[in-house]
Design a protein around this ligand. Structure first.
Ligand code: GLN
Length: 196
């Protein structure tokens, strides 16, 4: 019996790094660009990149509604950075034409850490990830400004929420796919197996 297939939304962003991290976490993974490909996967990673560009490409490729439907139906999803923005029900300061897939009852602030530091690394303790803190790579990262009552906060950095989970949806402000540490992808792969 083959295990679940995890797609990586491949419209823009660090797709290859996520495919490699999923493979390292023993999960079967492949790129997803079109609705037919989305229909074949059991779960989806929304990568880091640029959330406005990704949202515009999703609209152009006819992916926005199919993505919203799958997420609404409970497909496990994991978003990093721009992917976290795309999974937010609400963006505080959206650019014009910027839509989200939604799925997590939270409000996010884009480029929130950018004013002080465009990019930095920090050690982040994350609930659900055993074996000590993860190496958080923050690149013009958003933070989560507020969450609804059923959203679990998994990590905070400098007083700001940077990792959350709501049901089958997981999101981090930082990029585990850019480190050699695949524990967060392992946590997602476990969520996918449990959902299957
Ligand atoms: N600041 C970017 C955005 O708004 C996200 C950056 C990232 O994914 N590294 O989409």
């Amino acid at each position: 019996m083959s295990g679940p297939l995890i797609g990586v939304l491949a419209l823009q962003g660090d797709v290859r790094e996520h495919l490699a991290a999923l493979a390292a976490a023993d999960a079967a993974a492949g790129p997803v660009r079109r609705p037919e490909e989305l229909a074949r996967v059991d779960a989806l990673v929304v990568p880091g990149g640029e959330s406005t560009t990704m949202s515009k490409l999703a609209t152009l490729f006819g992916m926005l509604e199919p993505l919203r439907e799958r997420v609404r139906a409970g497909m496990p999803v994991y978003g990093t950075c721009a992917g976290l923005i795309l999974l937010a029900d609400k963006i505080l300061d959206p650019r014009s034409g910027q839509e989200t897939i939604g799925g997590i009852d939270m409000i996010v602030r884009r480029n929130a850490f950018g004013r002080q530091n465009e990019s930095f690394e920090a050690s982040v303790a994350m609930a659900g990830v055993d074996g000590g803190p993860v190496d958080g790579v923050f690149i013009r990262a958003p933070w989560v400004e507020s969450v609804g009552a059923t959203v679990e906060v998994l990590a905070e950095y400098d007083g700001h929420v940077v990792a959350v989970r709501q049901g089958n949806a997981l999101a981090t402000s930082f990029h585990p796919e850019l480190t050699g540490d695949h524990r967060v992808h392992g946590l997602f792969a476990e969520m996918v197996r449990a959902a299957g």
